[in-house]
Design a protein around this ligand. Structure first.
Ligand SMILES: Cc1cc2nc3c(=O)[nH]c(=O)nc-3n(C[C@H](O)[C@H](O)[C@H](O)COP(=O)(O)OP(=O)(O)OC[C@H]3O[C@@H](n4cnc5c(N)ncnc54)[C@H](O)[C@@H]3O)c2cc1C
Length: 390
């Protein structure tokens, strides 16, 4: 079982790296401990796979070295992946904000990648448990597995992040990085719902399922999308995006009247004889208004609100401050922040600077995209770069 290139991990990044290496005439095999390839692709985008984002730019990624993504993203762009999708005559649509989804479901994107693997003569070997990765004196790599020994000249690690262990996620990639002396940046769950305190939940969890347009601010980040109340706290796209910038103890600010002046709205209503609650219920779901508004103000006619009532409420509408208790963690997170430190990788090829022949691609690397197709674009781009050299 001797190959030119071995890729560990049959996810988005590993498949792309293998296809590209295979197209160069390399004899390539992908080893995966799962029973089938691309399991995260199949569950992605609610089963429709948000396979890229037309506008993917370095600013849409988090990393300790924000410049690292520039080169791989320029080498393989969203337009390149769209061209591949179109070559396979796959129908797709833009949902919003440049996010492209497959009309025919995620399975069709996976089939496209597997067809490309077959055309490039890539072998995919499942249920392969790797127990040891060695670097023999004569060069290359030697892998001990439950299926016997594999050897190769180059080795691509594409084992992804820690999120969704139920779909086969492991820390294999970062353990191999450590074994070969590469540095790691701290890992934590990203694109993940927030959990809230027991007191907050007692008031808000009866509203579980209610969602509303918001602008959420967390540290330097600001996202305008929906927020969803859940049994455990807060979710929805704006919250998932903010979670990637959140650190324990940090408050977030939720503007529940984005793009409008809360103060102007309240001043406009300030001569009304309607109660505060009825006024708010014209603008927000009634149950939400009941939970959000101070009951004393809710019972008062608007025309009896004094200046301070108006100012305080306007400030709270545009900057409702909440401090999450934590996140739901890797069990529900879409991604893992942190990973293999990009300082130890070549920006051009994803090869370890000090270990010739060893490459890291995809989510195992300290590069994490926003919600909206950016993470797959990183997987394709980093996989492509490695596939040109591995
Ligand atoms: C529910 C969900 C929905 C998502 N939706 C989207 C979306 O619509 N758009 C988007 O851009 N991103 C989405 N993401 C993120 C995206 O799926 C990942 O960023 C992307 O799949 C990472 O690709 P990867 O190849 O690096 O890792 P993965 O796709 O995780 O692949 C890693 C592979 O390595 C294998 N592996 C792991 N450990 C070992 C081991 N020890 N030995 C052998 N094999 C191993 C795994 O079985 C797996 O096949 C979503 C994530 C989740 C969880």
């Amino acid at each position: 079982m001797t190959f030119d290139t071995l890729v560990i991990g049959a996810g988005a990044a590993g498949l792309m790296a293998a296809i590209e290496a295979g197209k160069r005439g390399r004899r390539v095999a992908i080893l995966d401990h799962g029973e089938s390839p691309g399991r995260k692709i199949l569950v992605s985008g609610g089963g429709r796979c948000n396979f890229t984002n037309r506008g993917a730019k370095p600013e849409n990624y988090l990393s300790q070295n924000p410049h690292f993504v520039r080169s791989p993203l320029a080498r393989y762009t969203p337009a390149d992946f769209i061209a591949l999708v179109e070559k396979h005559r796959i129908r797709y649509h833009e949902k919003k904000l440049g996010q492209l989804f497959c009309d025919e479901g995620a399975r069709r994107i996976l089939k496209m990648l597997l067809d490309e693997c077959a055309a490039a003569k890539v072998r995919i070997i499942h249920a392969c448990r790797i127990t040891d990765v060695l670097r023999p004196a004569e060069g290359g790599f030697k892998l001990a597995t439950n299926l016997g020994e594999f050897t190769s000249q180059t080795l691509v690690i594409a084992t992804g992040g820690l999120s969704l262990p139920s779909l086969g996620a492991t820390d294999f990639g970062t353990r191999i990085a450590e074994q070969f002396g590469l540095r790691l940046t701290p890992r934590r769950a990203g694109l993940v719902p927030f959990t809230m305190s027991a007191e907050w939940k007692a008031r808000w969890s009866p509203l579980s399922g209610v969602s509303f347009d918001s602008e959420v601010v967390c540290g330097p980040a600001r996202f305008r999308e929906n927020v969803l109340i859940t049994h455990r706290g807060l979710s929805g796209p704006a919250i998932l995006q903010a979670s990637s910038y959140w650190q324990p103890g940090m408050p977030i600010r939720v503007n529940i009247m984005p793009g409008q002046s809360a103060k102007d709205w309240l001043l406009g209503e300030s001569r009304s004889a309607q109660s505060g609650l009825n006024t708010f219920a014209q603008r927000f779901p009634r149950r939400f208004a009941e939970a959000w508004l101070d009951p004393v103000l809710g019972a008062k006619p608007m025309k009896q609100w004094n200046r301070q009532d108006l100012d305080n409420t306007a400030a709270a509408l545009s900057g409702w401050e909440l401090t999450p208790a934590g996140t739901e963690g890797y069990a529900t997170a879409e991604v893992t922040l942190g990973g293999v430190d990009t300082r130890d990788l070549s920006q051009k090829t994803m090869e370890a600077r000090e270990v010739p022949g060893l490459f890291f691609v995809g989510e195992v690397v300290d590069v994490t995209g926003w919600l909206g197709g950016y993470n797959f674009q990183w997987a394709w781009a980093s996989g492509f770069s490695a596939g040109q050299a591995a």
